[in-house]
Ligand binder design. Structure first.
Ligand code: PA5
Length: 442
C-alpha cells in the first residue's frame, strides 16, 4: 500500500499542523460520504471501485474485438477524457514501444494542425480503430479530431465498414456524440452523470484505453478498491493519509506556500503529474483561491528548475512521489578508465543512485526553505496506481471543501471557448466578435 510521510514539513510549521486542520479535514470525509457538501451531485467517483467490476468484462471484450481488427487505436479526448488513461498507460508502457502488441495513440487534446497532420501521415493507408471520448459530446477539440479521423477511416476502411472501428464513450442520453453514435450504430460505453471528467479514470474513459494498451484493468480496479476501503470507510482519524495530506497542504497554504510541486524521479510518471495537476487545478483554482499545482521530474529538472526551487521565492512546497522498487535491473559498469570520477559507484544499481539523489535533494530543499511531503509507492504497477489515484481523488475532495470551494465544477473553463467561438464567427456571437476584434485592434 502507498504511504505518506509529512516529516519534511515539520521545520516549517512550528510544532505541528494545528488540530483544527485535522478536525476540519476529518469532518469533510463525512461531508463527502453523506453527500452534504457543494457539488454533491458529482460524487459518483467515490463508489466506482465497488461497482465498476460489473463493466470490466464488457470493456475487455471490446478491447479484444478492436485489437483483432487493427494494430492501432486512436483515443480522442481532452482534459478528464484523456489524462487518466494517458497517465496510466505512460507509467506502465515501455518508453520505446518494445513488446507493444497494440499501439494506442491520442488525438483531440490539441488544436494543432501539425500534430493531427502528422498523425494522419503516421496512420497512412492502415486500418485503425477510434475510441472517441467526450462526456458532453460537444467539446470542440475532440469534435474536430473526430471529424478528421472519421473521414480518414472512411477512406481506408470504406464508408460502410467504418462503424465497426469506432467506439464512443459518452453520456447515456444526450449530446452530439451520443446522437451520432445512435445514428451510426457505434458500440458505446457510458460516462455516468454523477462522475465529472477529472474523476472519471475508473470508468470506460480510463479503462478501455488501458485495456487496449494491454494493461491489467482488474488490478487497477483492485488498487482503487483497496484505497477506497482504507481511506473512505470510517477511517475518520489522523491515520487516514487523505486526511493528513489535505490538512497539511491547506495549512501550508495559509502560511503563504501557495505553489505545490509534484516531484517524481521516474520519467514514466510525467503524465501522472499532468493528471494530478488537472485534478487539483480544476477542482481548487476558483473564487480567487487555490494552491497552484505544478510538477517536475528529477533528476532531469534539477538541471533546469532545481536552481529556482533551491533559492528562488520561498512560496513553494513539494510532494515527492518516491518509488521503492524498479521494474528492471541495471548497474553502473566498472571501467579501467576512471577519468569520469564515478568508479566509486560502479556495481551499484541505478535505482540506488536515484534514491540517494532523491534523499539528497529532499534534504537540500528542506534546508533551502521548501517543505517536503513524501508519498511512497512500493512499485509502479496497475494496483499501486489505482491506490494512488483514488487517494488523490479523495484528498482533492477533502481539500477543496477545506478551502471552501466546490471541487466538482469548472465554471472558468468556459471563458476561452466563448472568445474562441466569437473570434471564429460562430452564429449568435456577432456582438462579442465585434467587441473582441476591437480589443485586438483588428
Ligand atoms: O474535468 C473535466 O470536467 C474537464 O476537463 C473535461 O473532462 C474536459 O473539458 C472534456 O470534456 P468532455 O468529456 O465533455 O469532452
Amino acid at each position: 500500500m502507498i504511504t505518506l510521510d509529512i516529516k519534511g514539513i515539520s521545520t516549517f510549521v512550528a510544532d505541528d499542523i494545528p488540530e483544527k486542520f485535522y478536525n476540519e479535514s476529518i469532518k469533510q470525509i463525512s461531508v463527502l460520504r453523506n453527500a452534504t457538501g457543494r457539488g454533491n451531485d458529482f460524487l459518483g467517483w467515490m463508489n466506482l471501485p465497488d461497482t465498476i467490476g460489473n463493466q470490466t468484462e464488457a470493456i475487455k471484450r471490446c478491447a479484444e474485438r478492436l485489437k483483432s481488427q487493427a494494430d492501432i487505436t486512436v483515443v480522442i479526448g481532452i482534459g478528464g477524457s484523456y489524462l487518466g488513461a494517458k497517465a496510466v498507460i505512460e507509467a506502465l508502457s515501455d518508453p520505446f514501444g518494445k513488446n507493444e502488441d497494440h499501439k494506442v495513440v491520442f488525438a483531440g487534446h490539441t488544436l494543432s494542425e501539425d500534430y493531427h497532420s502528422s498523425l494522419l501521415s503516421f496512420l497512412g493507408a492502415r486500418k485503425f480503430n477510434i475510441v472517441v471520448i467526450s462526456k458532453s459530446g460537444t467539446t470542440t477539440e475532440p469534435a474536430i479530431a473526430f471529424r478528421i479521423l472519421r473521414d480518414h477511416l472512411a477512406s481506408v476502411a470504406g464508408t460502410d465498414e467504418k462503424q465497426k472501428y469506432i467506439v464512443a464513450v459518452t453520456d447515456a442520453h444526450k449530446g452530439a456524440l451520443h446522437n451520432l453514435a445512435v445514428k451510426e450504430g457505434y458500440e458505446t460505453f457510458v460516462i455516468p452523470d454523477n462522475v465529472g471528467g477529472r474523476y472519471s479514470v475508473l470508468t470506460p474513459v480510463g479503462l478501455l484505453p488501458m485495456a487496449l494498451a494491454g494493461l491489467d484493468i482488474d488490478a487497477f480496479v483492485g488498487g482503487m478498491k483497496e484505497a477506497a476501503l482504507l481511506l473512505r470507510e470510517g477511517n475518520d482519524t489522523t491515520f487516514n493519509m487523505a486526511v493528513v495530506y489535505a490538512a497539511a497542504r491547506n495549512y501550508l497554504y495559509t502560511r503563504g506556500y501557495n505553489t505545490e510541486i509534484l516531484v517524481s524521479f521516474e520519467p514514466s510518471l510525467t503524465y501522472l503529474a499532468e493528471w494530478w495537476k488537472q485534478l487539483f487545478g480544476e477542482s481548487e483554482g476558483k473564487e480567487g483561491k487555490g494552491i497552484y499545482p505544478s510538477s517536475v521530474v528529477f533528476t532531469t529538472d534539477l538541471h533546469s528548475m532545481g536552481q529556482y526551487i533551491q533559492q528562488g521565492e520561498r512560496k513553494l512546497f513539494e510532494t515527492v512521489i518516491s518509488v521503492e522498487n524498479a521494474r528492471h535491473s541495471l548497474v553502473v559498469p566498472s571501467s579501467d578508465d576512471d577519468s569520469d570520477g564515478i568508479g566509486f559507484i560502479a556495481g551499484k544499481h541505478l535505482n540506488e543512485v536515484n534514491h540517494k539523489a532523491e534523499a539528497g535533494t529532499r534534504l537540500a530543499h528542506i534546508d533551502g526553505g521548501v517543505p517536503v511531503m513524501t508519498i511512497t509507492l512500493p512499485e509502479v504497477s496497475e494496483t499501486v496506481l489505482g491506490q494512488l489515484m483514488y487517494f488523490f481523488e479523495l484528498s482533492c475532495g477533502i481539500s477543496g471543501y477545506l478551502l471552501g470551494v466546490n471541487p466538482f465544477d469548472q465554471p472558468g473553463v468556459e471563458s476561452y471557448k466563448k472568445n474562441m467561438f466569437a473570434l471564429l464567427g460562430k452564429p449568435g456571437y456577432e456582438a462579442e466578435k465585434e467587441r473582441l476584434e476591437k480589443e485586438l485592434g483588428l
